[in-house]
Design a protein around this ligand. Structure first.
Ligand code: ADP
Ligand code: MG
Length: 311
């Protein structure tokens, strides 16, 4: 069970109430918080640091552990099948919980289709590649289509209405709203068996609200917080987070790939795994992992059909 934040040394009723008001209900929430955000709530950086340290200590997260322990912890990571065998193999068994997987690609490369499919796949029982769990879907481009979920659910033998019922959906109207929705997501994750959070796309609002170089610093600062919030949520609650990202043209590249992921360093450092999708002929798409801490580089292809993504 999650320990109440008031169990922490140095947190009484008053501080406890302030923290809960901002969404920090448990020791775990505090352990994964940043000093800055906690200091903003309790008004004192030093005390914020002490409280976070106490929370980490309580959960055994405060110092060094053996690599064997790291390995034991990694074994607890769960995986959601993409429904495409070759893509699962590329990913080492599917997308991981406790990680942020970024899907990058041009318009029409299949990012949104993959997000829809994962929201269905997560619902399947474990023996069929799912986690018997629900999904949260944050839609920033208004491209979520329940009809598509129903098609994919039917193709996998799930009841279409039930499949829709197992997806918590929110349309994000601005970057601020998108960030607030992640806080709401946290409370849903606590109450329901959620194993997947999709943010499609993570970058669109940020790009349109903060155009040009003069806004870049502010944009990156906000985006950094957003991705950090998502990563903490993934880590603390054992859920898989999938974000999609756009590509942009680099006018100064003459050799090699002239496209690069939008979002700059923030996304490069925030996402644990990065998957690049690109169009091939007709309904064929090619997927490739890049920047991975342990996946070999490689490419696989799949098709987008009425039934969803297939080998
Ligand atoms: P992105 O999010 O990367 O811009 P999408 O995930 O929206 O791209 O992918 C769009 C592609 O998916 C289109 O090429 C479209 O033909 C294909 N697609 C969408 N729905 C279906 C369907 N019901 N049957 C077959 N292909 C589909
Ligand atoms: Mg899309």
């Amino acid at each position: 069970p999650d320990l109440d934040v008031e169990e922490l040394e140095g947190v009484g009723k008053v501080t406890g109430a302030k923290l809960k008001e901002k969404g920090f209900y448990t020791v775990k929430d505090v352990a994964f918080a940043s000093v800055k955000e906690l200091a903003e709530i309790i008004g004192n950086e030093e005390r914020a640091l002490q409280i976070i340290e106490a929370a980490r200590k309580m959960l055994g997260l405060h110092s060094f552990i053996s690599a064997l322990e790291v390995y034991e912890r990694r074994k607890k990571i769960r995986r959601i099948s993409t429904g495409v065998r070759s893509l699962d193999e590329l990913l080492g068994g599917g997308i991981e919980t406790r990680a942020v997987t970024e899907v990058v690609g041009e318009f029409g490369s299949g990012k949104t289709q993959l997000c829809h499919q994962l929201a269905v796949m997560v619902q399947l029982p474990e023996e069929r590649g799912g986690l018997g769990a629900k999904a949260i879907y944050i839609d920033t481009e208004n491209t979520f289509r329940p009809e598509r979920i129903m098609q994919m659910a039917r193709a996998r033998g799930l009841d279409p209405d039930q499949a829709l019922n197992n997806i918590f959906y929110a349309r994000a109207y601005s970057s601020d709203h998108q960030m607030i929705l992640v806080e709401h997501a946290k409370s849903i994750v606590k109450q329901h068996n959620v194993a997947l959070i999709v943010v499609d796309s993570v970058i669109a609002h940020f790009r349109s609200e903060f155009p040009g170089r003069e806004n870049l610093a502010e944009r990156q600062q906000k985006l950094n917080k957003h991705v950090a919030d998502l990563l903490r949520l993934a880590d603390a609650y054992d859920v898989a987070v999938v974000i999609t990202n756009q590509v942009m043209a680099q006018p100064d590249v003459f050799f090699g790939n002239p496209l690069r992921p939008a979002g700059g360093n923030i996304l490069a450092h925030g996402a644990t795994y990065r998957l690049w999708l690109r169009k091939s002929k007709e309904n064929i798409r090619i997927a490739k992992i890049f920047d991975s801490p342990y996946h070999p580089e490689g490419e696989v292809s799949f098709r987008i059909t009425e039934e969803g993504l297939i080998d």
